[in-house]
Design a binder for this molecule. Sequence first.
Ligand code: ADP
Ligand code: MG
Length: 368
Amino acid sequence: MAMRGQDVVLSQVSMTFPNGFTAVQPMDLTIRAGEFFSILGPSGCGKTTILRMISGFLDTSTGSVRIGGEEMTGIGPNKRPTALIFQNLALFPLMTVWENVAFGLEARGVAKDARRRRAEELLDLVALKGQEDKKPTELSGGQRQRVAVARALAVEPAVLLLDEPLSALDLKLRQHMRAELKAIQRKTGVTFIYITHDQGEALTMSDRVAVMNEGRLEQVGTGDEIYNAPASPFVATFVGEQNRVPGQVAEVEAGYARIDTPFGPMRGRRTEALSVGDQVTLFFRPERATITDQPADAMNVIDGTVARRDLEGPFINLFLKADDRTFAVHLTNAGDAGRDLDGAQKIAFSCADALIMADGAVAKEAAQ
Ligand SMILES: Nc1ncnc2c1ncn2[C@@H]1O[C@H](COP(=O)(O)OP(=O)(O)O)[C@@H](O)[C@H]1O
Ligand SMILES: [Mg+2]
């Protein structure tokens, strides 16, 4: 059932509320037609406000929203080619599943037979064939979620806006629904703009992710780019886990820097211009580090003492203390990983897996 997605272009869009609080700083963002695009950020960073401006429930303070090349200023939510799904689904409890799905079509003057046919097609699309005549209360949470998706798609939006739609579901169901939503998006070709504070959701489902903090876009990129090449200390630490080592730049090389740290010399990738003497932080991820007796070289090694060992299931989270800092190392759980580890140990990680960023890099970027 091919529908058609459209692109969404935000140009200098911002939101300052009547109380003077600016929830969204002037922002440029292009979401491509047919893309599964996520906006990821902590609670309160402005995600829902952006969605409300795209859907037309909130007028922008500055800038313009264009959908499919059309300027949306002055166009009400019902006239925009968008549909919205919230966490609280609000299905109509007294209506059957198919009546819920077809609800928006009645207002558009579609005859009952055609509404039923359309509802059946949509329920087939969301893998709920045969559930047409049930009531929402007879369905599981995940099934109700899919009814809500079918209902939103019934009016053939070019852009589907999803505001943390899975946050009320339990973990297993949430993970299952990720795959379902992604499949529905692919089948329809509708542009999905998916808001979440859950990095797992953003990384698994999206073609591209925008990471937001305090009303600003910190980075826009594929999941791999965001995870492997974070553009700022905020992105580096908000997405995934990081160990941090404070240091001072000793030598700048092409794409890399050498730094002096309380744990000895270290080397890592850099993404910005650095000068000798700059205060920096080196980031390395727990899953890119190893425990070893024989480090390949003297660089990027931390001598620590095992402080704690947490079983996460698929991996073991090993915490080592060094000076007054704690570093985490993930060991794949192959059965007994980390059980024999005790006392003094060495953490080692490669230069390619370490990222060096200037302290206050975010403030510097914003000032440019
Ligand atoms: N009508 C409003 N008036 C004033 N502040 C608001 C209003 N709506 C939201 N905010 C504030 O704007 C910020 C962003 O809110 P929101 O977009 O809902 O964040 P998110 O969806 O990322 O959790 C929050 O600090 C919130 O308290
Ligand atoms: Mg929100």
